[in-house]
Design a protein around this ligand. Structure first.
Ligand code: DGL
Length: 279
């Protein structure tokens, strides 16, 4: 449901809300900026409480609902849960806590993988919480019951990316060890089920068989956002320049530094904010 107090023209100009456990969600922001250049964005990165991938479902649900409510208070017209971990364990709770449409990254990624997998053998990599939740597998099987899914948690990838170890021998070796069992399964595609993994896509490509299709959920999620805005008739059609505003719960300078590298442009509007526990 859409905020009923806003007129449709006002609503169209409202920003899209995006959130992640930290900075990885910028891979989704990057895609949104490319595919929907007219849309304003408010991003929240929970840099004080990252990582989510090693936490319990209950904790991730509590954090995610708090952030979704914060974004709704900022007047967003739609919320994108860029974090795979939060999309895996907290999507229903988030949807119940706000009145705007909510889009997670699991379904778009799963649909793209099915499209790209002639043999219907699909690999999924993600954080420990994402893999143990089994949401990718459940969604893939609900779309096509004949699909075979092979999942593997790759917990060292997130700290490697956060350290900026993108294209290093260590990252390549870690990737080779994590992905070896999946290569033995003869998969047709591999879903990068974590915000950080598209950043090391080139390294991952080096260690997987050349014919494995790499699925980047961020690209597919931006397509889904476009479709949802169109179907709700809330795409921003005004000629005003869009605004991009970033909130983090800690370390705005580190966020800015890494964001500059990821997006290839500096971010001007980065603010630290402590979320009110009563939200
Ligand atoms: N954003 C998380 C995800 O996509 C990765 C980082 C974390 O563990 O919080 O799963």
């Amino acid at each position: 449901m859409i905020n009923p107090s806003l007129k449709i023209n006002e609503l169209r100009q409202q920003p899209i809300g995006v959130f992640d456990s930290g900075l990885g969600g910028l891979t989704v922001v990057n895609q949104l900026m490319n595919q929907l250049p007219g849309e304003s964005i408010i991003y929240f990165g929970d840099t004080a409480r990252v990582p989510y991938g090693t936490k319990s479902s209950l904790t991730i649900q509590r954090f995610s609902v708090q952030i979704a409510r914060f974004l709704q208070q900022q007047g967003v017209k739609l919320i994108v849960v860029a974090c795979n971990t939060a999309s895996s364990v907290a999507l229903e709770e988030i949807k119940e806590s706000v009145t705007v449409p909510v889009i997670g990254v699991i379904e778009p990624g799963a649909r793209a993988a099915l499209r790209e997998s002639a043999t219907k053998r699909i690999g999924v990599i993600g954080t420990s919480a994402t893999v143990s939740a089994g949401k990718y597998e459940a969604v893939l099987k609900s779309l096509d019951s004949s699909v075979e899914v092979f999942s593997r948690a790759c917990p060292l990838f997130v700290p490697l990316v956060e350290e900026g170890w993108i294209d290093t021998p260590v990252t390549e070796e870690v990737a080779a060890i994590y992905l070896k069992p999946l290569m033995g399964k003869n998969i047709a595609s591999l879903i990068l089920g974590c915000t950080h993994y598209p950043i090391i896509k080139a390294t991952i490509k080096k260690v997987v068989n050349g014919n494995v299709q790499i699925i980047d959920s961020a690209i597919e999620t931006a397509v889904e956002v476009r479709n949802t805005l169109q179907s709700h008739k809330i795409m921003n059609e005004s000629s005003h320049l869009p605004e991009h505003l970033f909130y983090v719960s800690d370390f705005p300078q580190k966020f800015e530094e890494i964001a500059r590298r990821l997006l290839g442009r500096p971010l001007v509007n980065v603010h630290r904010i402590a979320l009110d526990n009563s939200i």
